[in-house]
Design a protein around this ligand. Sequence first.
Ligand code: C2G
Length: 132
Amino acid sequence: MKRVITFGTFDLFHYGHLMILERAANLGDELFVGISSDKLNFAKKARYPIYTQMERIAIVKALKCVTEVFVEQSLELKREYLLKYNADILVMGDDWKGKFDEFKDIVEVVYLPRTPSISTTILIEKIQIKNM
Ligand code: C2G
């Protein structure tokens, strides 16, 4: 039984998010997803997500490929989450390439290529331009 774990904000849930979650799930038998809390997102990106933590959790939890979700409260707790969920493989998009190599002592670390031409930032910009 291989357990895969991944982390993200998943704000304005889009096709790129779905693709990374499905590809991550295909690497093992179970997929655990740590969803950044609103506070953590503010700390990372200096803005609150468009969708609240409760909404982002509900959307990701509903996906067929996801076994369980939990709230990621702090980037510093990554090792604790990997141990708590007994993860075998940590998957992240390649925008994080090299950033989680320190965990190779306890999990296999896989960086998957991001889906091109889509991101939450691009979506926000498109919506803003349309409304100008
Ligand atoms: N992603 C992707 N393709 C895109 C956009 C995003 O594969 N076009 C991936 C990212 O690489 C990431 C995941 O989708 O692995 C979630 O993306 P974000 O919500 O932007 O996650 P982020 O805020 O970077 O949080 O502890 C790590 C962080 O919490 C990651």
